[in-house]
Design a protein around this ligand. Sequence first.
Ligand code: IYR
Length: 223
Amino acid sequence: MKSIPSVSLKMQTFAEDEMRQRAQAFFDLMKQRHSTRDFADKPVPLDVIMRCLETAGRAPSGANQQPWHFVVVTDPDIKHKIRLAAEEEERAFYAGRASEEWLEALAPLGTDADKSFIDRAGCLIVIFAQSYGLAEDGSRVKHYYVQESVGIATGFLITALHNAGLACLTHTPSPMGFLAEILQRPKNERAYINLVVGYPAENAQVPKHALDKKEIAEFATIL
Ligand code: IYR
């Protein structure tokens, strides 16, 4: 490794027993996380959202370029505009744009073109991926591993929101071009996910299908 300016890594380490206890406690927390479409019509504390976004901003990224931008929407009029635009795309999706195979895969989730949860949920966090950066002089800066980087940051965000007691739904209307348009984002940004965030409604539901998680033996190989 070449000699570069560096600082000491500051992170906690633990004795094995404590590692076990912490790993179990975190798993117990995360196994309660499920996407829901049933949100309470209640504002979310913006300072909590901002802190969770700061957590997202600590994700590793290609060449540390941090090729993401998050737009938090609490304004009911903008949320409603997004709902109407999403529903227009989704109507076309469910009425023929989606393949039979895709609709079959979605059937156990019971989804349809109704996106009224966008109005109810406390906020939207629309995540944008910056396909390239813009230098001071306006020239393009190539970004590396954009999808991977934004995906990891999104995972950090979802985890932080769940840890704070907020529910979310990874909403991916297709195509999503209307999000950049409504939110007036620059040309180097593409909508990645519309994260619908809020308090879960009382008796919020999760499709049974979503509880069916693979066993570790099915998704991990130890050599
Ligand atoms: N975007 C549509 C369809 C949809 C697609 C997948 I893959 C999902 O996991 C859920 C829904 C919608 O939001 O209804």
